[in-house]
Design a protein around this ligand. Structure first.
Ligand SMILES: Cc1cc2nc3c(=O)[nH]c(=O)nc-3n(C[C@H](O)[C@H](O)[C@H](O)COP(=O)(O)O)c2cc1C
Length: 330
């Protein structure tokens, strides 16, 4: 049974990865319904939060039904990180996660995200200060190292644990790799097998089939799997993994009516949460996967992704129901 601080997250929990512009409240709610055990917000800039930038503060919204939920923040300045812990606490999340893994230039160049992998002492001292500043459990998400020659994750994980970090999620790539190549889970297993480690070690990177999730559990012995891209437009991935764990067989994919129900509710929740314009815009990226595999679908998809008017998108869903209700997904 894995525990993040006092929060029981079950046996080999499946965690929804923080994903910018993806892991918003509507999407997190859908993943939770389909079996995600812990969900995280997308990363939120500590500098944005303390300036009260509207875009950053909106990202703090959480629904009761998605708990346990972690709010992820990033930054490299102690003061801003501590102040943002205070701001984040007001949203009453279950967990605060620190992003020490984002590889993008605009983040890394400021020493934040994966940039901090070049300054392990700062990574540890920031974590320690944040742990001391809040009663909420602090978790860390990071990568193996900056590059292949600087993989120090074994030492890093131990030091983070020693200053009070309550769980660590490790993406099996270096910063230099970005998203290229295959995620390497062996160093994550080394962290887990370190007899000094007692906090949960969650694996991340390329879990895209139930078999891969099982491998992470049984071959690599990790405490849980954090899942990102496989869930985009496919929140059913969580239940498929769980079903496979329980039965050893693959669950049939969701049928058309289930997909339409998810698409409709996703769009409606997004509109309720952030208004029609943004709701319509930001839900678009999910449709390709919701309806993947339907032949000659372009005309329908174009209707979904080109109109700014929610009524047009809902009408496109109705047309899909009319024309493809019995479509069998492979
Ligand atoms: C669109 C997108 C946005 C992401 N945004 C974040 C983020 O805000 N914070 C973070 O820690 N990682 C972020 N990531 C990285 C994912 O959390 C995850 O580590 C990575 O995708 C590897 O896992 P996967 O192979 O299961 O997708 C993002 C990834 C994607 C694809």
């Amino acid at each position: 049974m894995a525990k993040i601080g006092n929060i029981d997250v079950g046996d080999f929990p499946l965690l929804l990865a923080p994903m910018e512009d993806v892991s918003d409240p509507p999407f997190r709610a859908l993943c939770k319904e389909q079996g995600a055990d812990v969900v995280y917000t997308e990363f939120i800039s500590s500098e944005g939060l303390i300036r009260d930038a509207a875009k950053s503060t909106m990202k703090l919204d959480i629904y009761e039904k998605e708990r346990p939920v972690g709010i992820q923040i990033f930054g490299a300045e102690l003061d801003s990180m501590l102040k943002s812990v205070e701001i984040v606490e007001k949203s009453n999340p279950d967990i605060i996660d620190i992003n020490f893994g984002c590889p993008v230039k605009k983040v890394v160049s400021k020493g934040a995200g994966a940039g901090i992998l070049k300054n392990i002492d700062l990574m540890v001292s920031l974590t320690e200060a944040m742990v001391k500043h809040t009663n909420l459990p602090i978790t860390v998400k990071t990568r193996l190292g900056w590059d292949n020659d600087s993989i120090k994750i074994l030492e890093v994980a131990e030091r983070l644990q020693d200053v009070g970090c309550k769980a660590i999620s490790i993406h099996g790539r270096t910063r230099v790799q970005m998203y290229k190549g295959e995620a390497n889970w062996a160093p994550i297993a080394e962290v887990k097998n370190n007899p000094r480690m007692h906090i949960p070690v969650f694996g991340n990177g390329d879990v895209d089939t139930p078999e891969r999730a099982m491998e992470m559990r049984d071959k690599f012995g990790l405490d849980g799997a954090m899942i990102g891209r496989a869930s985009i437009g496919y929140p059913w991935f969580f239940r498929e993994v769980k079903h496979y764990f329980e039965t050893g067989i693959h669950l049939a994919p969701p049928n058309m009516l289930e997909r339409l129900d998810a698409a409709r509710r996703h769009l409606q929740m997004a509109i309720d949460w952030k208004g029609e314009k943004l709701g319509v815009f930001e839900t678009r990226r999910h449709y390709t996967n919701y309806f993947k595999g339907i032949p000659h679908f372009k005309e329908y998809r174009m209707k979904m992704v080109t109109s700014d008017d929610a009524a047009d998108v809902f009408a496109a869903f109705d047309e899909v129901e009319r024309d493809f209700a019995d479509f069998q997904f492979a």
